[in-house]
Design a protein around this ligand. Structure first.
Ligand code: COS
Length: 384
């Protein structure tokens, strides 16, 4: 544990209050304007949220995985776009450096990421390489003391705010597959980098994604993560293992919010002369959602605790992501159902959350990719 129990409890309390008093009242405005006010971002920086997982020696809070999932569950109680602003710094935008970066790379980037001064973005997906992440065609060609990067990355979260991209690019041949992929730290202000137009998304308004285009972008040799070619795919997979647990915790937090919204509505709304919460068919939906939520929470906390004790377990991280993201989809669907016609209009937040949570079954690996990861590990373990 990075924090003693009292300090962790206090921090959890601060985040919980901040979510309830500051962020929840802003949700509608952010969704409508597709924009998070700068002062909120500044407040989140001051709270240390950008550096949750970054080691203390680099200015972060250095939280353990168990501590991180506890905080992220609290953050899940509000619109997920607030978490998204700092989420890449905590996860996919910084972890490549933390896990595999050189001492110089850590020194250069992590303190700025921990404070939130620098936003890190993760650039893996391409127009033709989504689930098949080992098939990236963005190239990085060695040229003297530099590499020259060319290619297009797609759906890149926080790209418009990013100061540095972790870019997975091919240094080897296509035939080498994932073994020919390397990871680079590419500063966003380099000549040759441009952004596509903002993606028009189904939900998560306020969180921004777009294409990032690299046109003959020259980066120094020491931009290669860890200084070794051909390790980029493995770096990406390790980063995603951790990210999948983080997204699972977020899903659990949102499920809790949706259940509370459903309970509030069901205990106030009257039909047939009674509160609808007195009807067993409504109770059935509430009870199933609560059971789903509790199962997800137990899974996430158990997997995070095992992560702290023994390191990453890809199969269990994928199982958490598969279960928790599907679970929050079911809970959101029931929340809309419990709200009846009101659940379909934007006056009630369940309609927005229903759209927001749809993303979780897609990014950081679709549910089907999680199934593949789980089955592959099962079969391997059986054969070993
Ligand atoms: N940790 C460390 N190494 C890993 C790993 C992990 N979690 N997963 C795979 N590897 C290693 C393998 O051990 C293998 O190493 P060797 O080449 O030394 O044998 C190498 O990486 C290739 O692994 P594998 O053969 O399993 O790769 P596949 O091409 O079959 O792809 C999937 C595996 C499909 C699981 C991967 O491409 C994936 O996760 N895709 C989804 C990508 C994704 O989540 N995209 C979201 C965008 S980011 S928001």
């Amino acid at each position: 544990m990075a924090l003693d129990q009292d300090t962790l409890n206090q921090f959890l309390d601060v985040v919980k209050r901040y979510v309830a008093e500051r962020l929840v009242p802003l949700e509608e405005q952010v969704a409508e304007q597709d924009f998070i006010p700068e002062d909120v971002i500044e407040e989140m920086k001051e709270m240390g949220l950008f550096g949750l997982s970054i080691p203390q020696e680099f200015g972060g809070l250095g939280l353990s995985m168990s501590e991180e999932v506890a905080i992220i569950q609290e953050m899940g109680y509000t619109s997920p776009v607030f978490r998204s602003v700092f989420g890449t710094n905590v996860g996919i935008g910084s972890q490549g450096i933390i896990m595999d970066g050189t001492a110089e790379q850590k020194e250069k980037y992590l303190p700025l990421m921990a404070s939130g001064e620098l936003i890190g973005s993760f650039a893996l997906t391409e127009p033709e390489a989504g689930s098949d992440a080992g098939a990236v065609i963005t190239s990085a060609v060695h040229d003297g003391d530099s590499y020259v990067i060319n290619g297009t990355k797609r759906f890149i979260t926080n790209a418009p705010r990013a100061g540095v991209f972790t870019v997975m690019a091919r240094t080897g041949t296509r035939e080498e597959g994932s073994r020919g992929v390397s990871a680079f730290l590419v500063d966003a202000d380099l000549v040759g980098i441009s952004l596509g137009k903002p993606d028009k998304k189904m939900g998560q308004k306020g969180a921004h994604t777009c294409d990032v285009i690299f046109d003959n972008v020259r980066v120094p040799k020491d931009a290669l993560i860890g200084g070794v070619e051909g390790k980029g795919f493995k770096t990406a997979m390790k980063v995603l293992d951790r990210g999948r647990l983080h997204i699972s915790a977020l899903s659990v937090g949102i499920a809790k919010r949706l259940i509370d919204e459903s309970l509030s509505y069901a205990t106030q709304r009257k039909q047939f002369g009674q509160h609808i919460s007195s009807f067993q068919l409504i109770q059935g939906m509430l009870a199933t959602s609560q059971t789903d939520y509790y199962a997800g929470k137990c899974m996430v906390e158990q997997t995070a605790s095992a992560y702290d004790a023994a390191g990453s377990n890809s199969m269990n991280a994928a199982a958490c992501k598969l279960f928790c993201t599907e679970m929050v989809g079911r809970v959101a669907d029931s929340a809309v159902q419990i709200h009846g016609g009101s659940g379909y209009v934007s006056e009630y937040c369940v309609e927005r959350f229903y759209r927001d949570v749809r993303l979780f079954r897609l990014y950081e690996g679709t549910s089907q990719i999680q199934q593949l990861v789980i089955a592959k590990q099962m079969i391997k373990a059986h054969q070993d």
